[in-house]
Write a protein of this length. Sequence first.
Length: 267
Amino acid sequence: MAKREASAAPAVRAVLAIDVGNTTTSLGIVEGGQLVATWSLTTPERMTADEARVAAMSFLGATDGAREVDDAIVASVVPGLTDAWTAASGALCGRRPLVVGPGLKTGVPMRYNDPGELGADRVADLAAARQSYKPPFVVVDLGTTTNFEVVDADGVFVGGIIAPGLALSARALADAAAKLAVVDLRAPASVIGKSTREAVQAGVVMGEVARIDGLIDMIWRELGRETLVVATGADAQTMRALSARIDEADEHLTLRGLGVLHALNRR
């Protein structure tokens, strides 16, 4: 008699985390509180729920192992795409996903005029950082905008700063000056550029470094003490290497924060 084949191991159940940004949409899988896989795609101007579902299924299919998701959480700063991702993830999971917004528990006390104004990505950053780092700290999120989130020694979010991001600054410069093209955003060999390209790189990249370090100094003076500074986003490692103030580069802080928010709100 032929040997009976061992039954296949059950698929791992997981949470799908979706961070819809103005430039990039990031997806992650959270299992047991850990971020185990990530993926990113360019954020389109428009997207149907079917297109979002295909993108999510492509991500799940590209991960190691047979993973199924039975829940999801969506953070979106692009209102026109929120419904598409909410419907797509709900169809994949068989239940309506959590959507980051007013009413969700964050685990972070807030001293802010209107917490409902905070972007979903900023809320996720705070949730992850509060769990991972000892206050006081400042989170610098490098995306379409450069966001600073300030948490004091008592672990209270006391406010922040929003400034144009690296790529946005480079595009604005190219749009406003006909002879200046958009250049690859990396640090030049010298701050004093020896070509137009190097001069633009110095102005945009090293200018961003100077702005980050300068604003951190201002924050520290206002708080009356120095803090840990954590950078996140695709340019976190680059900025950490160039900055005199950034201590940690935590590229996937936002996705990890979505996992924290899911754990806090889905019992």
